[in-house]
Design a protein around this ligand. Structure first.
Ligand code: COA
Length: 221
């Protein structure tokens, strides 16, 4: 019997998260999730049109949803900070977050996923990897052996985090960003698109380029 699920976020990643949920099946072929619809506090007109074109219900704001019946939920919003704020609202009311893993992703041995995590098609996680809560791993991203990701980390499409890395809470790794092995990316740091991180990244800094250089200090992700 599929379990009811609400996705928060009508934007691109929210609708990608719906695709992940809808692709999931139990061993006998039964859909894992019954997607009730999508909540968003400020949906744009184009995104409302996209929801309806896809046959998805707009369920109202997060307050509307929190006032209704409890179900599983996932926050499908790429910004780590926004995601953290919204999750706080759901946590305070005792809601439980789902874990969504696309069947076309591959997970090796000893991979631990926290609640609220979304793993998209083509993502590859090898062995002995820990992901905290509400982590997003976008299409074709790779995460190497013995690496740890904290809570609210976003790994954007085709980014590559090597082995033995530590990516702390609230980090965003931009599309095609690379983190070389045994490095730490500090809390709330942002690795720019296509950057190659060759040394530890201090908390709250934004780094870009090859090799990655700091362009901004202070909380950024
Ligand atoms: C790094 C990033 C956060 C900077 O964004 P920003 O704060 O708006 O910065 P700006 O666009 O004002 O750029 C500041 C400078 O950095 C440069 N820059 C920005 N992003 C860069 C990148 N990824 N690589 C190299 N240089 C970059 C800009 O050219 C600019 O240089 P200049 O001062 O010489 O003109 C952003 O460009 C980025 O890469 N985000 C990743 C997001 C992502 O993955 N998106 C895909 C979602 S699926």
């Amino acid at each position: 019997m599929p379990e009811d699920l609400i996705i928060v976020g009508a934007g691109g990643f929210g609708r990608e998260a719906v695709d992940v949920a809808e692709a999931m099946r139990s061993a006998d072929g039964t859909p894992t999730w019954n997607v009730l619809g999508v909540a968003d506090d400020r949906p744009s007109e184009p995104n409302l049109t996209r929801l309806s074109a896809r046959g998805l219900r707009y369920l109202g704001t997060t307050s509307d949803v929190l006032a209704g019946a409890m179900s599983a939920y996932v926050v499908g919003i790429g910004s780590p900070a926004t995601r953290r704020d919204l999750v706080g609202l759901f946590d305070r009311q005792g809601w439980s977050a789902a874990v969504l893993v696309h069947p076309a992703a591959s997970l090796g041995t000893e991979v631990m996923l926290g609640p609220g995590t979304v793993i998209c098609a083509g993502a590859r996680l090898t062995t002995n990897i820990r992901l905290g809560q509400h982590v997003h791993v976008n299409p074709n991203a790779t995460i190497g052996h013995d690496t740890t990701l904290g809570d609210f980390v976003s790994v954007n499409p085709a980014a590559s985090i090597s082995g033995d890395c530590t990516v702390e809470d609230g980090v965003l790794i931009g599309v095609q960003g690379v983190v070389l092995n045994r490095l730490t990316v500090g809390t709330d740091a942002l690795v720019g698109a296509a950057a190659c991180v060759t040394s530890d990244v201090a908390p709250g800094t934004t780094v870009v380029g090859v090799p990655a250089r700091t362009i901004r200090a202070g909380v950024s992700a």
